[in-house]
Design a protein around this ligand. Structure first.
Ligand code: ADP
Ligand code: ZN
Ligand code: ZN
Length: 770
């Protein structure tokens, strides 16, 4: 992806044929609807591009973004309706933000407003919440105008006690010139806002409106000490700090090698250079923000830090966004949504764990925050640092080609924190030795946990499957607890005594006997985190055990509380899903056990090995981060799997090289570019027909010979929530070709929809899961 030159909205510049001129000022407004990019309205006084406005749309009114003035309009002048309202106190969104949205809309084949509006915080998208937001975002201070105190007091009816108190308070302050804030006024008189508005109109008082500080800092606090950087860190910081213009970096460093320390130093250098400069740091998981937030705040106590993620309440998120938009926030830390934040003085972008699939939005606008971050850096001519222990193949390939500059941290940063020893526990071998598994846990793993308990160290068991058991089964007739709406099984949740579908949310009671044959011997098959937790409690009754997964952390704040307990050493054994795998700096964990990686090995997805390697390397990285030697045990029936073998050697480079070799031979990304079209309908046949029709239309497109259209096929999980799904993959060897083809092709989808009716379709650019 690269910033295109030329006009933002190509069709906007050309005056429409037959348009009458001169036209009164027309402004084009982006609205969140698939109907069009922009809609024309008569501009009201002062409205400017970049402002949020309310406009009539059909019978409704909608919030939109004023994008640009138009020379002329296709709509006859007498049909144009005026802008109804503008959010006058919000500084306009800047041109570069509008361009970012326009690029994302073009690249991901969406309408401009469908990108812009969802990128704004919820409270700004609703005109009803504008005034309450204004009250929190600015301070209004009132003063009596010179010589007007008497007129004001005379106008107050004698019996209106609170109004009189308000007027008197203003009059008393007239001598000193001290203002009365809106908050103080309200304390005196509940009706203060409307009274003050009247007095303002009457010319008795004046108001000064100042933006309120949204991110208070404490300048008296000393910054936390930074460890002296080791040589590789110093070289990396230097390279980033010295970069001029657009400079994409890959910071490749094993877990615990001090990447975060490099980010912090690079930020410091960039922020020190320009008192306005802003830094954006993206992290893949909401749960990682508190830990990093306190680390950043401690290091830069004098710099306002804003946080952006979906876990914040609407008003709070809006205020954080506003702090970034106004330039008050110098550092913005957030999850993928933050890549679309308005940052007028953006000077550096950091994408931590760049390989993480959470950077890809999986619904609505299916964007990649990492890719948009690189585009944004290019557009602004600044440095972007992609950090990872296991870079994505796309990023690794570009770094190999020299498109991205590679910075490497080879060793763990802390003195005597070596990389953990990774051992495979061959379950076939265990069986030969006639050592039974205890609830899926092998003897070597149990002994290793025992040793940690004896030494007062922590163990972490990783299993990427929540619930008690993934399915329950009948021994006598073979019945399985399938979901009636999905091609998936209902998962047993034992503590809650429920069966749940993790795809459609269906819940059912746990049956007492087989619904098909009445047999009472129905049993859970396989294991989830709840079952492992139960087994551990039975085997190690003295241990303090915690389970962290989506079920145990449903209550707001509970995940943080549990992580705090782990950090405080109040937990001996931690069991968890990928929630525990990422980024956490557990200082006391010396054993990581990977209970069951095998399921991931049989996926049809060509990225399965890459994702397996990355996720296991991440979890393994939780072991032995400080001083104490760490050990990682991976239980498997397939110890020869290349990804596992590479893990035992900590050999990312070798693994990546073999992956790239295979991908090149097979012509897979990064050696080709893909678009995935999915179609869903109550009947699979219809979904497939839709894709067939779309393929026929594709063949008439100009660039058809240069792209490859694969056969439509049912998706591997074909049914979800009573809808059957099919997909078709489209590939090309170059991105621009594919882009131009898709842009032409989507135009035909409306027609396809009339040929095969009732099908919902979706287009995903650069799909991650196929
Ligand atoms: P990563 O982000 O690569 O996982 P971190 O930056 O979190 O690594 O560093 C891991 C640990 O090592 C942290 O506790 C950090 O404070 C410490 N650390 C980082 N750099 C140094 C250094 N140069 N000297 C000593 N300790 C360091
Ligand atoms: Zn049965
Ligand atoms: Zn279901």
């Amino acid at each position: 992806m690269r910033p295109d030159s030329g006009s933002l909205l190509p069709e906007s510049a050309a005056p429409a044929a037959g348009a009458t001129s001169p036209v009164p000022p027309v402004i084009r407004v982006a609205l969140d609807t698939p109907a069009d990019d922009c809609f024309d309205y008569l501009a009201i006084a002062d409205v400017a591009p970049g402002e949020l406005v309310v406009v009539p749309f059909g019978r409704r009114s909608m919030v939109g973004v004023a994008v640009e003035f138009a020379q002329a309009s296709d709509v006859p002048v007498d049909k144009l309706r005026p802008v109804a309202q503008r959010l006058d106190w919000l500084p306009p969104l800047q041109q570069d933000w509008i361009e970012l949205a326009a690029f994302a809309a073009r690249y991901y084949q969406r309408r401009l407003g469908e990108v812009m509006l969802p990128a704004l915080p919820p409270a700004l998208r609703e005109a009803e919440s504008w005034s309450s937001l204004a009250q929190r975002a600015r301070t209004d201070e009132y003063r009596v105008l010179p010589g007007q105190a008497e007129a004001l007091l005379a106008a107050v009816p004698p019996r209106a006690r609170s109004v009189r108190a308000l007027a008197q308070a203003l009059a008393e302050r007239a001598a000193t010139g001290e203002p009365l804030s809106l908050a103080q006024a309200r304390a005196l008189c509940a009706a203060a806002p409307s009274r003050l508005a009247e007095w303002l109109a009457a010319g008795w008082v004046e108001v000064s409106r100042t933006a309120r500080t949204l991110l208070p800092t404490d300048p008296s606090q000393p910054p936390s000490a930074a460890p002296p950087l080791h040589d590789e860190q110093r070289a990396a910081v230097q390279a980033i700090a010295d970069a001029e213009g657009f400079a994409p970096f890959l910071l490749h460093g094993v877990t615990g090698s001090g990447k975060t320390e490099v980010y912090l130093h690079a930020m410091q250098a960039v922020l020190a250079r320009d008192p306005r400069a802003q830094v954006l740091m993206l992290v893949p998981e909401i749960n990682l923000t508190p830990q990093l937030q306190s680390r950043i705040a401690a290091r830069f106590p004098q710099l306002p830090l804003a946080v952006l993620h979906s876990g914040l309440a609407d008003q709070e998120r809006s205020l954080q966004w506003l702090a970034a938009h106004r330039g008050e926030a110098r550092i913005v830390l957030g999850t993928r949504m933050a890549v679309m934040a308005s940052l007028p003085a953006l000077a550096l972008i950091v994408v931590d764990e760049e390989h993480d699939t959470s950077y890809k939005q999986q619904e609505g606008l299916r964007y990649s925050a990492r890719d948009l971050a690189v585009w944004r850096a290019k557009q602004r001519g600044i440095a972007v640092v992609l950090g990872s222990a296991t870079p994505s193949m796309e990023t690794w390939w570009r770094a190999g080609q020299g498109t991205y500059r590679k910075l490497v941290l080879r060793e763990r940063a802390q003195v005597d924190a070596a990389l953990p020893a990774v051992r495979l526990v061959d379950l076939n071998h265990e069986r030969q030795r006639q050592r039974a598994l205890f609830e899926g846990l092998s003897v070597p793993l149990l002994e290793a946990i025992d040793a940690r308990l004896a030494r007062g160290e922590q163990s972490l068991l990783f299993l990427n499957r929540r619930g008690y058991a993934p399915v329950i089964a009948c021994d006598s007739c073979g019945w399985l607890s399938g979901c009636p709406r999905c091609s998936a099984y209902l998962v047993l949740h034992r503590p809650e005594r429920r069966l749940r579908c993790h795809h459609c949310g269906l819940e059912a009671p746990v049956p007492h006997h087989c619904p098909d044959c009445g047999n009472v011997d129905i049993a859970p098959l396989g294991r989830g985190t709840q079952r492992i937790e139960e087994a551990l409690a039975a085997r190690f009754p003295q241990a303090r055990i915690a389970r962290i997964d989506a079920d145990s952390t449903r209550r707001k704040g509970s995940a943080q509380a549990m992580f705090d307990e782990v950090h405080a050493g109040e937990v001996d054994i931690l069991v968890g899903t990928q929630m525990v795998a990422k980024g956490h700096d557990f200082q006391r964990v010396t054993l990581v056990g990977i209970v069951h990686p095998d399921a991931a090995m049989f996926s049809h997805d060509f990225r399965a090995a890459e994702h397996l390697f990355a996720s296991l390397m991440q979890v393994a990285g939780r072991a032995g981060r400080a001083g104490l030697p760490g050990e990682v045990l991976i239980q498997t029936r397939y110890p020869d799997t290349p990804a596992l073998q590479a893990l035992t050697r900590h050999d990312y480079d070798g693994f990546a090289a073999s992956q790239l070799r295979e991908r090149r031979q097979a012509g897979l990304p990064p050696f080709c570019f893909q678009v995935l079209v999915t179609a869903e309908h109550g009947q699979l046949e219809r979904a497939l027909q839709f894709l067939e029709a779309a393929r026929r239309h594709a063949e008439r497109c100009t660039l058809a010979p240069e792209v490859q259209l694969h056969d439509p096929v049912p998706m591997s999980m074909v049914r979800v929530f009573n809808r059957e799904r099919a997909q078709m993959l489209v590939e090309a060897s170059a991105r621009p070709v594919l882009q131009r083809f898709v842009a032409e092709w989507v135009q035909t989808f409306a027609e396809v929809g009339t040929e095969v009716k009732g099908v919902r379709w979706q287009l995903e650019i650069d799909p991650l899961r196929i």
